[in-house]
Design a protein around this ligand. Structure first.
Ligand code: ATP
Length: 336
């Protein structure tokens, strides 16, 4: 496992830039999540590290050695894709042993047996080692794919939405296990997703990517609490942050360049108000584990979490008070 560094990397397809001047260091033993919507350039960034794409400019350094022009085989990286890509005719054991049996490695069979046994136990598939890959469920197949990527301890493992084809329950189970295994092995990982919960729970650091640019890098908490701009602020949090025109709240004391108030649930107190207040409860959405309060204020909708036993009802007039909301300027950049 080793530090991986992208330095001012750019890549276009034709005239369309996919990755722009992107610099990022994934430290030894760190799991960095690239978070962004579809088309933002996440997969292209992974492929640049893997050597499946060559950058137009910039460098890629893995384990202290510049490898910008190296072939994928020459780089010490492994890849896990969204769709499990196992050898269907091989057993689980042989799928896991495959990377260790390469002619370059020549790992002795007893050593292979030990390593495969260890990783299979970590992934809780040790009772499936004799099965063919095709006899596994989707979740088990993806465990094997993850195991295969980690078994030979690459400098860095690259994971491209590895959990997105699984159902919600399996996804949340495997998310936790993946984090545990990454920590146990001290594995260095670059992980791509557009799922904010995956990003928050898995990452040591999150890199938020927008149209090929890395907009902000920080711990999940930093990125959530201290977003650099409105784009980053809208990537994390459920319900999503409310971005409200400053002019809606003429009495609020904020610096003159503030154009937008960014308010999450924790930044707002909603109280019943006398009739005549502008804000009204539009809807209370019961989602089982959460209740969302929808409020209308002029032409804006404001959404906040609310206690299940709230006394508020649809049509009630409410007053909203802010506590240290996030403030953004006209260009969406953070003012405070
Ligand atoms: N081989 C290619 N040829 C042409 N354009 C490409 C190619 N690969 C990616 N692109 C374009 O580059 C941009 C970034 O794509 P990329 O797949 O990296 O985004 P992404 O963030 O991974 O999205 P997704 O979540 O949908 O995979 C997109 O506009 C995409 O259409």
């Amino acid at each position: 496992m080793a530090e991986t560094r992208l330095n001012a990397v750019s890549k276009s397809f034709g005239i369309k830039p996919a990755v722009r001047d992107l610099s990022l260091t994934i430290r030894d033993g760190e799991l960095v999540v690239l978070l962004g919507p579809t088309g933002a350039g996440k997969t292209t960034t992974l492929r640049l590290v893997a050597g499946l794409e060559m950058p137009d400019s910039g460098t890629v350094t893995i384990g202290g050695i510049e490898q910008t022009q190296a072939t994928p085989a020459a780089r010490d990286v492994t890849f896990v894709f969204q769709q499990y890509s196992l050898y269907p005719h091989l057993s689980v054991y042989d799928n896991l042993a495959f990377p260790l049996r390469s002619p370059v490695r020549r790992t002795p069979e007893p050593e292979i047996k030990r390593i495969v046994g260890e990783i299979a136990a970590m992934l809780r598939i040790d009772d499936k080692l004799g099965n063919r890959a095709t006899q596994l469920s989707g979740g088990q197949m993806q465990r094997v794919a993850i195991g295969r990527a980690l078994v030979r301890r690459p400098a860095i493992a690259l994971l491209d939405e590895p959990l997105s084809s699984l159902d919600a329950k399996l996804r949340s189970e495997l998310r936790i296990e993946l984090k545990r295994i990454q920590q146990d092995l001290g594995a260095t990982m670059l992980y791509v997703t557009h799922d904010q919960i995956e990003a928050m729970t898995l990452a040591n650091r999150i890199g938020v990517i927008e149209q090929g640019r890395l907009v902000q890098v920080g711990s999940p908490r930093e990125v959530y609490e201290d977003p650099a701009n409105t784009y980053v602020a809208t990537r994390l949090g459920s319900p999503g942050i409310n971005l409200l025109p400053r002019k809606l709240f003429p009495d609020l004391a904020v610096p003159g360049d503030v154009a937008t108030i960014g308010a999450r649930t924790e930044h707002m107190t909603v109280r019943p108000a006398k009739n005549g207040a502008d804000a009204r409860v539009k809807w209370i959405e019961h989602l089982g584990d959460q209740n969302h309060l929808h409020i209308t204020l002029q032409d804006q909708t404001i959404v906040s979490l609310v206690e299940p036993d709230t006394e508020l009802k649809v049509g009630d007039a409410v007053a909203i008070e802010f506590t240290r909301p996030l403030l953004f300027d006209r260009d969406g950049q953070r003012v405070r």
